[in-house]
Design a binder for this molecule. Structure first.
Ligand code: ATP
Ligand code: MG
Length: 201
C-alpha cells in the first residue's frame, strides 16, 4: 500500500471513530451526584480522592473530608487542603486497630466520626464529600453497614461522594456509580523504604 492509500485509510478509520465517540458523548447527557468507590490493595486510593478535592476546589466547590481510622494530622494533604476556605477537613480516627487494641473505643470513635459525615451527607452545600478509609469501619462492624449505605443513597442528589479503603463490600460496590480497584503490583515499603513525604503522607 502506498502512502496516499495509507493516509486515506487512516482518515476513514478516524472518521468512523469520531462518529462513535460523538455518539457516546451525545448519549452521556446526565448530571448527578456520583458515588465513587476506590478500593483494592494497591497504592493510590486516598491520593486519588485528594486529587478530586483539588479539582473541586479549583471549580469553587465546597468540599468536606472525613479521614476515618487514621489519627495523624501531619500529612501534606491536611496541611494544604485544610487551609483552603472551601475545604473542611476532619481527622476522625484514634489510630489503627492494632494500635488502639480496644474494640469498644474503636466503635465509639467511629460513631463520633460518622456523626460528622452525617452532617455533610444531609447538607447540599457540600458538593464533594470524601470518606477516606470508610470501608474498614463497615468491614469491622464498627458502623451499621446497612444504615450507612442507606444514608449514602439518600444524600442530596447533586452531591458527589468518594469512599476509599481496601476490601469494599459487594453491597457498597453495587450502590456506587464508579468503582476502581487498584492492584498492588509492587510497593517500595516491601524493599524497606519508609513512608516518604509528598508521596505517602
Ligand atoms: P495513598 O494514600 O498513598 O493513595 P492508599 O490510600 O491507596 O494510599 P492505604 O491503604 O490507605 O493506601 O495506605 C496508606 C499508606 O500506606 C500510604 O503511605 C501508602 O503509600 C501505603 N501503602 C498503600 N498501599 C500499600 C501497599 N500495597 N504496601 C505497602 N504500603 C502501602
Ligand atoms: Mg488510603
Amino acid at each position: 500500500m502506498n502512502d496516499t492509500a495509507k493516509n486515506q485509510r487512516h482518515q476513514q478509520r478516524m472518521a468512523r471513530k469520531k462518529a462513535l465517540i460523538d455518539a457516546s458523548i451525545a448519549r452521556a447527557d446526565q448530571e448527578k451526584g456520583l458515588l465513587l468507590v476506590l478500593t483494592g490493595n494497591g497504592k493510590g486510593k486516598s491520593s486519588s480522592a485528594f486529587g478530586m478535592v483539588g479539582r473541586s476546589l479549583g471549580h469553587g466547590m465546597k468540599v468536606g473530608v472525613c479521614q476515618f481510622l487514621k489519627s495523624r494530622t501531619d500529612t501534606g494533604e491536611e496541611a494544604f487542603f485544610g487551609k483552603q476556605s472551601d475545604c473542611e477537613w476532619h481527622v476522625l480516627g484514634d489510630g489503627f486497630t492494632w494500635e488502639t487494641q480496644n474494640r469498644e473505643q474503636d466503635i465509639a470513635t467511629s460513631q463520633r466520626g460518622w456523626a460528622v459525615a452525617q452532617r455533610m451527607l444531609t447538607d447540599p452545600a457540600y458538593q464533594l464529600v470524601v470518606l477516606d478509609e470508610l470501608t474498614y469501619l463497615l468491614n469491622y462492624g464498627y458502623l451499621d453497614a446497612d444504615q450507612v449505605l442507606d444514608e449514602l443513597a439518600e444524600r442530596p442528589p447533586m452531591q458527589h461522594v468518594v469512599v476509599t479503603g481496601r476490601a469494599a463490600s459487594e453491597a457498597l460496590r453495587e450502590l456506587a456509580d464508579t468503582v476502581a480497584e487498584i492492584a498492588d503490583v509492587k510497593h517500595a515499603y516491601r524493599d524497606g523504604v519508609m513512608a516518604q513525604r509528598g508521596i505517602d503522607l
